[in-house]
Design a protein around this ligand. Structure first.
Ligand code: NI
Length: 250
């Protein structure tokens, strides 16, 4: 069930049987020569929609598409929020949902660079409850962050599909997931060198100087829709189980 495709009456009824919602959260940033700028937002969205399927008991909220990607800004098309802006936006998204009675909000994340900021946002939101003992608007609210690549067995499948050159950014697994979701957007590009360098970076110009085509440690050339289908199908099953555990937990 998707929030964007529901009426308010359907959501009112949904809330009588579930207080949970899944929010895909990602980033808009370059993903090397054959990866889509939307990769990190598309991956959690594709997996979440596959997990929900036709179920009336799993609600998928809007995708929080632009995240923390300042280090990619030297590549055209990349967009970012400052961490402070993202924290404020997540707090407003959660407050909106909380007002209607949502109590368990599960963020399925597609971008490693978002993790610290999402965790800081959670701490800000919980602080509201902690400061105002008893009557806080956020009392009873539970938030969860899960990176899609950490869903059960997904890492092992990615290792099996790409024993070499999986890398850290513009990985063949994430590119495959987007190719499965959008087969019309499959790109063909040369990788030079075949496996990109690894290393640290600071700001956007420094990143581009160190990683001229945008990749870090990866060779996404083998990415294909067939691999993406296998990854999505496994991740979607694992997401349903993980989300249900979150709903059922204390
Ligand atoms: Ni990515």
């Amino acid at each position: 069930m998707r929030l964007a495709l529901s009426t308010w009456q359907e959501i009112e009824t949904y809330l009588s049987r579930s207080k949970g919602v899944i929010i895909p959260i990602g980033s808009f940033e370059q993903h090397g020569p054959n990866g889509l700028v939307g990769t990190d937002a598309l991956c959690p969205e594709i997996i979440a929609n596959a997990a929900a399927g036709d179920s009336e008991d799993i609600l998928i909220g809007p995708t929080f598409s632009v995240g923390c990607a300042q280090h990619h800004l030297a590549f055209p098309g990349s967009m970012t929020l400052r961490p402070s802006t993202m924290i404020a936006a997540i707090a407003d998204w959660v407050a909106s949902l909380r007002r209607h009675g949502f109590e368990r909000i599960y963020f399925l994340n597609g971008h490693g660079g978002n993790i610290a900021t999402i965790q800081a946002a959670f701490a800000e939101i919980y602080a509201e409850a902690s400061f105002a003992a008893g009557g806080a608007p956020n009392r009873g609210l539970q938030l969860k962050l899960r990176n899609w690549w950490e869903l059960e067995k997904v890492g092992a499948l990615c290792k099996e599909l790409y024993p070499q050159g999986h890398g850290m950014h513009a990985t063949p697994s994430e590119v495959s997931v987007t190719y499965y979701g959008y087969p019309g957007a499959v790109k063909d590009a040369a990788m030079t060198p075949e496996i990109a360098p690894i290393g640290h970076f600071h700001d956007a110009d420094d990143y581009r100087r160190r990683f001229p085509d945008g990749r870090i440690g990866s060779n996404p050339a083998p990415a294909c829709p067939e691999h993406g289908e296998r990854i999505v199908s496994l991740a979607a099953k694992a997401l349903v189980a993980d989300y249900n555990r979150f709903l059922d937990a204390d």
